[in-house]
Design a protein around this ligand. Structure first.
Ligand SMILES: [Zn+2]
Ligand SMILES: [Zn+2]
Length: 283
């Protein structure tokens, strides 16, 4: 009897001690990583500068020689000051009518079916030639474009005067698609976007509950059916009462963002603003 008690106590002690050692090792490794990142920052900045000066580089859109990711004319293509629906960012066919009524005018789609998100900010329409930037980031691994797109989205947000979110959340990929692609392009954009606005970014606050077929292969109502209850909020305490900024690369029908916004609102989010790089003008 005594021996059984001793064995049980020693097992409990080993479990407690093991978890303490794991936690300390984890904290130690994290501190080491932060120190290393801090110490190598000047070296990394110098290498970045030298590579920009010495190595040839081309504009990501037109391919002409350029020190920046985009040459000056191509960067101008991202400057798209069209008047848009305040809720879903669809461009107005007759902007003068909107100017008479006011900037908060909603389009017919949003009046007929009010989305769960409260507002949308986008950089430009999903059209040539800028759509090639998202295609290159998403399907050809051009991850450096995420920094450019995230910063441009942050600049457009500040120019619009819209309320800044308390927390930035990228639209998650399903585990299967994340394994295939190796990265989530929305997360890459959201990281730079959040850093530029000095806001926290959390990629683990919301997850995909089921592996839905790709939205690009579906049309109209099938997109909405496909996304029904596709998301679950996993960190409710961070979301409750907060203004959430949902980030994605492209908004087409808005079904994915609507489903994620609905899950966030059900978890207690006070407001959800969608931030997308490109908006399909005729979904
Ligand atoms: Zn160019
Ligand atoms: Zn609208």
């Amino acid at each position: 009897m005594k021996r059984a008690v001793y064995v049980r106590l020693s097992r409990i002690w080993r479990a407690v001690r093991g978890s303490w050692v794991r936690t300390s090792l984890c904290q130690h490794a994290r501190a080491q990583r932060v120190r290393l990142a801090h110490a190598t920052r000047p070296v990394r900045a110098a290498l970045r500068y030298l590579s920009a000066v010495l190595l040839p580089s081309a504009c990501a859109l037109c391919g002409t020689s350029s020190r920046e990711l985009l040459c000056v004319p191509c960067a101008g293509c991202l400057d798209d000051p069209r008047v848009r629906c305040a809720r879903c960012a669809l461009p107005w066919a007759a902007p003068s009518a909107c100017e008479r009524v006011g900037p908060d005018l909603l389009c017919g789609r949003c009046i007929a079916r009010t989305p769960a998100y409260d507002a949308t900010i986008c950089v430009a329409d999903y059209a040539e030639p800028v759509d090639a930037l998202v295609v290159a980031l998403k399907f050809h691994g051009r991850l450096e474009l995420a920094g450019l797109l995230g910063t441009t989205l942050a600049t457009r947000t500040l120019q619009s005067g819209a309320a800044l979110p308390d927390l930035v959340i990228p639209i998650p990929l399903s585990a299967a698609r994340l394994c295939t692609r190796g990265y989530n392009q929305a997360h890459e954009i959201a990281r730079t976007f959040a850093r530029a606005l000095d806001r926290p970014c959390c990629a683990r606050c919301i997850t995909r509950v089921r592996d839905t077929p790709a939205q690009s292969g579906l049309r109209g109502a099938a997109r909405w059916r496909n996304m029904r209850r596709a998301f679950r909020v996993t960190r409710t305490q961070r979301v409750r009462g907060a203004h959430i900024g949902l980030v994605d690369d492209v908004m087409t029908s808005g079904a994915t963002l609507d489903a994620a916004a609905l899950a966030l609102k059900r978890a207690g989010a006070a407001r959800v603003t969608v931030f997308v790089v490109l908006r399909t003008p005729t979904p």
